[in-house]
Design a protein around this ligand. Structure first.
Ligand SMILES: Nc1ncnc2c1ncn2[C@@H]1O[C@H](COP(=O)(O)OP(=O)(O)O)[C@@H](O)[C@H]1O
Ligand SMILES: [Mg+2]
Length: 271
């Protein structure tokens, strides 16, 4: 299963992607996490020590080649790519960091096409999960990168511009023909905010696949330069992301079914 996580900058894509990846891996899946942000920081959310962030390997320049038809294509197998630049993260997650364009032309499109190729090459099926933290990029890049995903989810905060971005992402994902598209509400402070995201989703015919409460554990993790899941594994947001994982890929091992139902979030009391 191949999941792309998109949304406006600051919405919480990286926080949710990294935590989801670890929770899914703890449940017995093989997880490949891909950081497709030019300013990569998924490693930290995955629990890789902050001091390693600056020298993590990124995609090699030879990962793609420019074909005669003018299109970049993957020039290596996934096994070769992982052999060169995958980084082991806690709970058995493997991390690939796309990084800055390093092709001769320095073209960012080449990096996005490499990510697209890697998603395409990732194993299909329920046992393996590939999860991509997409940069808050312009629409054509989103199209280029996420074309081979099975699902695209937009992380949205409960306010207008963030929701609008989510709607645009969902429209694009549908245009791409991705089988599953939805919104993940993040930083939800109360039932009223959850209700407003749910109403927006319903109005635009987009599935609301989960909700994560506003949680101080993220700020504490930021300050301590550690993963939110290590900072406070029992925080309400960690439980909410656990529920989200169940809804996105099922609860247990490879045979688990998708779960469905109304989205609820363990919300802190208002006040
Ligand atoms: N549910 C949440 N509650 C509180 N703070 C959050 C939550 N999710 C993310 N954050 C914080 O919001 C900021 C942006 O999150 P990040 O995951 O980096 O966003 P993005 O990858 O979409 O740019 C970070 O400081 C992060 O700690
Ligand atoms: Mg990010």
């Amino acid at each position: 299963m191949k999941l792309a996580i998109a949304g406006k900058g600051g919405a919480g894509k990286t926080s949710i992607t990294g935590t989801l990846a670890r929770i899914i891996a703890r449940r017995g899946r093989r997880v490949l996490a891909i950081d497709n942000d030019l300013n990569p920081n998924l490693s930290l959310t995955l629990g890789i020590p902050a001091e390693r962030m600056s020298d993590l390997p990124t995609f090699p320049a030879e990962i793609v080649r420019l074909n005669e038809d003018g299109v970049y294509r993957l020039a290596m197998s996934l096994a070769q790519i992982c052999g060169i630049c995958s980084v082991p993260a806690p709970d058995g997650v493997s991390l690939l960091v796309a990084g800055e364009p390093r092709t001769a032309t320095g073209c960012q499109g080449a990096t996005h096409m490499a990510v697209r190729g890697v998603i395409g090459a990732a194993p299909p099926g329920e046992g393996d999960v590939c999860i991509v933290d997409l940069e808050a990029s312009t629409e054509h890049l989103l199209v280029a990168t996420a074309g081979h995903a099975d699902a695209m989810y937009a992380v949205v905060e409960p306010y207008g511009k963030s929701l609008e971005t989510g709607r645009r992402v969902a429209a694009l994902a549908r245009k791409l023909g991705l089988p599953r598209v939805g919104l993940i509400a993040n930083k939800v402070r109360d039932e009223h905010e959850l209700g407003s995201v749910a109403a927006y989703a319903e109005r635009h015919g987009i599935e609301l696949v989960g909700a994560v409460p506003y949680d101080e554990c993220f700020r504490e993790a930021d300050l301590a330069a550690c993963a939110p899941l290590d900072q406070d594994p029992d925080a309400p947001a960690m439980h909410a992301i656990g529920d989200l994982a169940t809804r996105l890929v099922g609860g247990g091992g490879p045979a688990a079914e998708h779960s469905a139902g109304r989205v609820t979030a363990p919300l802190p009391a208002r006040g």
